[in-house]
Design a protein around this ligand. Structure first.
Ligand code: XIL
Length: 360
């Protein structure tokens, strides 16, 4: 593209037409061929403001905790699917996609397995994975098959986290999980979900290298991984676009023909000193930055925020801090600068696709 064309294009992007009042985050995403959704719980569905916001804005739902192993099987062999089923019914009755989050995560193993023999843990983990895949096969847009599998600080040469899954099933457990789900559910996109990949610094760079190594091993062995999930729990002081190593990382993931999804986006504004407008502007700038960066460098297929309104965010659970204001809507369900930044980020990607003829 010539420099004149570039100037014209960037001028067009700057003069973005106002968003139609009817625009929702789901419709802005759909214009770009993406999905937008939010994490939600059954308690959210009982809250009038949150429920209305989810219906208005979302094209997908991720169960916040109801589908995690400890919530599904609090006692050995006693599986409780009701809470997940209610969230699935809500999503499907409103035409929303439903995400499977997350069969194998080291922070949601049931208490009754604490201290279990490796063979007993392995048997229980496999049984849980199969039960989840069999119950929800065909109704899941994408599974976060394994969550937070790498931790270079644990000192392994392959960068894998020293978890109960690794101890019981061996380093091939990630490939095993993808293969098991794919045998049962042939319709869902299978996602490796990870946190802390967006940051600058040696620890995050080590994590990015471990994730690339794991993805290369999975893809090389024919494991059916289709997408990398970037949790994107960010701080308002973060600028992912400023991190060349993150941008290069996204390019390497794309070179493996893998898609990327932003799976748990929130931006912690508690680190910002200033009045509400200053905090909201800083949070919005990071929303715009991360969506623009991931859409530009990776094959972005969707954005999920970890909640939709500041009324309910896990960021609020931290003590003695200023309000994080990290989600698209305020506590009353009103759209903030972060909503506009996210909607524009998606719409701009739509236009970029139109400009390049790729259709977004
Ligand atoms: C969190 C939920 O938001 C909490 O409600 C729950 O108590 C613990 O898990 N990364 C993840 C999510 O993958 O599953 C976590 O969700 C947030 C961090």
């Amino acid at each position: 593209m010539s420099s004149a064309d570039n100037l014209a294009r960037s001028d067009r992007l700057r003069k973005r037409p106002p968003l139609a009042p009817s625009t929702s985050l789901a419709s802005a995403a759909a214009q770009a061929g993406l999905i937008y959704g939010a994490a939600a719980s059954n308690a959210d569905l009982q809250d009038e403001v949150l429920r209305a916001a989810l219906v208005r804005e979302c094209g997908a739902i991720t169960p916040e905790f109801e589908m995690k192993w400890d919530a599904i099987e609090p006692a050995q062999g006693e599986r409780r699917f009701g809470a997940t089923d209610r969230l699935l019914d809500f999503a499907w009755s409103h035409g929303m996609a439903f995400r499977g989050h997350t069969p194998w995560w080291h922070l949601s193993t049931p208490r009754w397995l604490d201290g279990a023999e490796a063979k007993d843990f392995a048997k229980a983990a496999r049984s849980h994975l199969i039960a989840m895949a069999e119950r929800y096969a065909g109704r899941i847009h994408s599974w976060d098959v394994v969550n937070e599998a790498v931790e270079p600080a644990d000192g392994r040469s392959d960068g894998l986290r020293r978890s109960a899954f690794l101890a019981a099933l061996g380093p091939g457990y990630v490939a095993e999980a993808f293969g098991t789900i794919a045998e049962i559910d042939q319709t869902a996109l299978l996602v490796l979900n990870e946190m802390g990949l967006e940051y600058e610094g040696p620890a995050a760079q080590a994590k990015r290298r471990s994730v690339l190594r794991l993805l290369e091993s999975l893809v090389g062995s024919g494991a059916p991984v289709g997408c990398l999930g970037l949790q994107c729990h960010l701080s308002a002081s973060d600028r992912p676009s400023a991190n060349a190593e993150f941008r290069e990382f996204l390019g390497e993931v794309r070179a493996m023909a893998l898609k990327v999804m932003i799976t748990e986006l929130d931006v912690d504004g508690a680190v910002v000193r200033g009045d509400r407008a200053v905090v909201d502007r800083a949070v919005a700038d990071v929303y715009a930055d991360v969506v623009e960066t991931v859409a530009a460098e990776g094959d972005l297929i969707g954005v999920v925020t970890w909640g939709v309104s500041d009324a309910k965010s896990w960021l609020n659970d931290r003590e003695n801090r200023r309000a994080p204001r990290g989600l698209p809507l305020d506590a009353s369900g009103r759209r903030k600068a972060s909503w506009r930044a996210l909607a524009r980020g998606l719409a701009t990607r739509a236009r970029r696709g139109a400009d390049s003829g790729s259709g977004g």
